[in-house]
Design a protein around this ligand. Structure first.
Ligand code: NAP
Length: 302
């Protein structure tokens, strides 16, 4: 069922292109307009036939759009919104896909013109790849999309945006922006920081050669490298804009790491075994919840 006459995607990387493909596949819009910063990215989007009209000037893309989705790094949202706001038609929904929500709400809410429905959103789906070629229509299938609407926003608009994400295959959850940021701090942001750190530490070791780290990476290290290969700009912005929640969770993490360090130091096998048993059960719960496949070694072919 066509939901919108025109959808505008501002930014056409992994998330923007996956939305474009999902919209096409499910026939959710009659027209997709695409705006991005670089000519080379726009050309790639055109080659992939991701949209119907293409612009380097984002204001041209949003004219007459019923749904506008910001798909650029979080740090760009404020300036882009300031720039496009006067060109958004009354009654349109403006949303985003940023990985942080309280910052987005604080910065963007004051910029929203009267009659425009602003609903922050975060599809909890992604890969370590970037750019228009990285997208695929099934990226959101079975994944959660969190919406964090302000209490004054129209319930009908929230319903429409929920339906949109459901039509892309997502499960939708409505959540308070601050709570969202705490949840993703522990499920996504701190794990990325740990991965960036362990890969960084390993690459700077003096007593183990870098070539050995790479050669023997299957011992566990390589699983961290997938996360640590994620887009540097996107993740820089995540840590700049979700500082408080990340620091709160990082403090808890460091406290627990110190306990583990002590257990290793004094040889507390009971403590180690109990924790490792508990964490194994968590992996099983993730598989049971359909958020991971039940395949050894992430289903890698030998
Ligand atoms: P991406 O593949 O790197 O694509 C980013 C897009 O934003 C490109 O079209 C890029 O255009 C454009 N862009 C970058 N800087 C810009 C600027 N200063 N002004 C205007 N446009 C700019 O990124 P992505 O992975 O799709 O992430 C996009 C958003 O999704 C981020 O807010 C991120 O937090 C969120 N998100 C990502 C994931 C994930 O796993 N990747 C998951 C959920 C949510 P040019 O190439 O033309 O510069």
């Amino acid at each position: 069922m066509t939901m919108f006459d025109k959808i505008a995607l501002i930014g056409i990387g992994l998330i923007g292109s996956s939305i474009a493909l999902g919209v096409r596949q499910n026939n959710l819009a009659k027209h997709i307009s695409i705006a991005t910063r670089k000519q080379s990215t726009l050309d790639e989007a055109k080659e992939l036939n991701l949209g119907d009209s293409y612009f380097l000037d984002s204001k041209k893309a949003v004219i007459d759009a019923d749904l506008i989705i910001l798909c650029t790094p979080v740090g760009t949202f404020e300036n882009i919104t300031k720039y496009i706001a006067p060109f958004i038609k009354r009654g349109a929904i403006l949303t985003d896909v940023g990985s942080v929500k309280a910052y987005v709400q604080d910065k963007l809410l004051p910029l929203i013109p009267a009659g425009v429905h602003f609903i922050p959103a975060h599809p909890m789906a992604g890969t370590e790849f970037s750019g228009p070629k990285a997208g695929f229509a099934s990226l959101f299938t079975g994944r959660w999309c969190m919406l964090t609407p302000d209490e004054n926003v129209s319930e009908d608009a929230v319903k429409i945006l929920s339906e949109f994400w459901q039509n892309l295959g997502s499960n939708v959850e409505i959540m308070d922006a601050q709570h969202h940021d705490l949840v993703v701090a522990i499920t996504s942001h701190v794990p990325h920081l740990i991965a960036y750190n362990i890969v960084g530490t390993a690459s700077e070791l003096e007593d183990v050669a870098k070539s050995e780290v790479i050669k023997y990476s299957a011992g566990g290290f390589r699983d961290f490298t997938r996360i640590a290969a994620s887009d540097p700009i996107m993740w820089r912005d995540v840590f700049l804009t979700n500082r408080d929640a990340v620091l709160e969770m990082l403090e808890k993490f460091l406290r627990d790491l110190a306990k583990l360090q002590r257990a290793v130091e004094i040889g507390d096998g009971d403590m180690l075994e109990k924790l490792f048993t508990r964490t194994r059960a968590i992996r099983r719960s993730i598989i049971e919840a359909g958020q991971e496949v039940d395949a050894p070694d992430f289903g890698r072919k030998k």
